[in-house]
Design a protein. Structure first.
Length: 333
């Protein structure tokens, strides 16, 4: 049984209760359930309490104690370190190294454990609370946003354009839309074929009920129009999953799949920097802010608070590097 079937089985367990809550509160319940069920499976393996998804669903998460969390925290940090070493290694070295966990995956594991613990405690009538402040060090460093320059994006777009397969056409349209609108990953994979007509893309915001009606122009429109021709007019996700032979399915992309698409296209273009969909979003917002277009940046990002939009500004590092390049030692001018 997969995660969705086990969730629908209706058993009152800590993990099942937590996944049921996700199914009722999120816009894409199947994707949320799948990701967090996988995170719980990873957690139960790191805790040494099982190896399968069934073990994670049967485990009484509300019985976790300080020793369990210390063990889980240490194993998560070790997995993050292993992942950093894997990224820095050469292709030949990677075959001998464990992949580990990305920071994002570790954060998902942490969130899933806290969620299952809270849901289980409510079912058991326990007043025991699990607070991150009870266990010093129980934090994971978040991914630091980085600036993606137009030159880098152009190199990736040009390289992707050489791939005439359905995957290449789809990925080129994805990159173009992301760079054009700075969408969240969840907003991109939530797009439907019916959301795009006559050069206008209707985006349903994932964090509120607002709607963005955006006119797609220039190269982005050409790439998106070409993909719609390859994809066909049938209803379903705008950017569906593809089989290895190029067959277009009716299933939407997963967020992890989108991240891997960006990594693969950047690698083929010779880019050593590993960036995420959110890095592109931050770079698009930074472009508007650098022009003094604060209100436009806020509207495009869909932020209710302008302070949130300003937090996406990654131009500080670039300006600092420009200043440093202009510095010289005294007497060397």
């Amino acid at each position: 049984m997969n995660a969705i079937e086990l969730y629908r089985d209706g058993r009152i367990q800590d993990a099942s209760a937590y996944l049921r809550q996700l199914g009722s509160r999120t816009r894409n319940p199947q994707e949320s359930i799948r990701r967090m069920a996988q995170a719980l499976k990873t957690a139960v393996v790191l805790l040494g309490r099982g190896e399968t998804l069934q073990d994670a669903l049967d485990f009484n998460w509300h019985t976790l104690g300080a020793e369990d969390l210390i063990r889980l925290r240490g194993n998560l940090q070790a997995a993050i370190t292993a992942n950093s070493q894997w990224i820095a290694a050469t292709p030949a070295q990677r075959r001998k190294l464990p992949r580990g966990l990305s920071v994002r995956s570790a954060m998902l594991v942490r969130a899933a454990v806290f969620g299952a613990f809270s849901a289980g405690s409510r079912i058991a009538g326990s007043r025991k609370r699990l607070d991150k402040y009870d266990f010093p060090g129980w934090t994971v460093q978040r991914h630091r946003r980085q600036t993606i320059t137009p030159k880098v994006i152009r190199r990736i777009l040009d390289e992707t354009a050489k791939d005439s397969s359905p995957a290449g056409v789809r990925d080129l349209a994805i990159l173009s839309v992301l760079w054009h609108l700075g969408l969240r990953a969840s907003e991109l994979i939530g797009l439907q074929r019916s959301d795009y007509n006559d050069g206008v893309l209707v985006v349903k915001r994932s964090k509120n009920d607002s709607i963005l009606r955006a006119e797609i122009a220039n190269g982005a429109k050409a790439h998106l129009d070409r993909w719609t021709e390859v994809r066909g007019p049938q209803p379903g996700p705008m950017f569906p999953r593809l089989l290895s032979d190029g067959t277009i399915t009716s299933e939407p992309l997963y967020i992890l799949s989108l991240t891997r698409i960006l990594e693969r296209r950047a690698k083929r273009a010779g880019c050593r920097t590993v960036f995420t969909c959110h890095d592109i979003r931050a770079s698009v917002i930074t472009r508007f802010l650098s022009r003094g277009q604060m209100s436009e940046a806020q509207a495009l990002a869909g932020h209710a608070n302008p302070a949130t939009t300003l937090s996406y500004d990654t131009s500080g590092d670039e300006r600092l590097q420009e200043i440093l390049r202009g510095q010289d030692l005294p007497g060397w001018e």
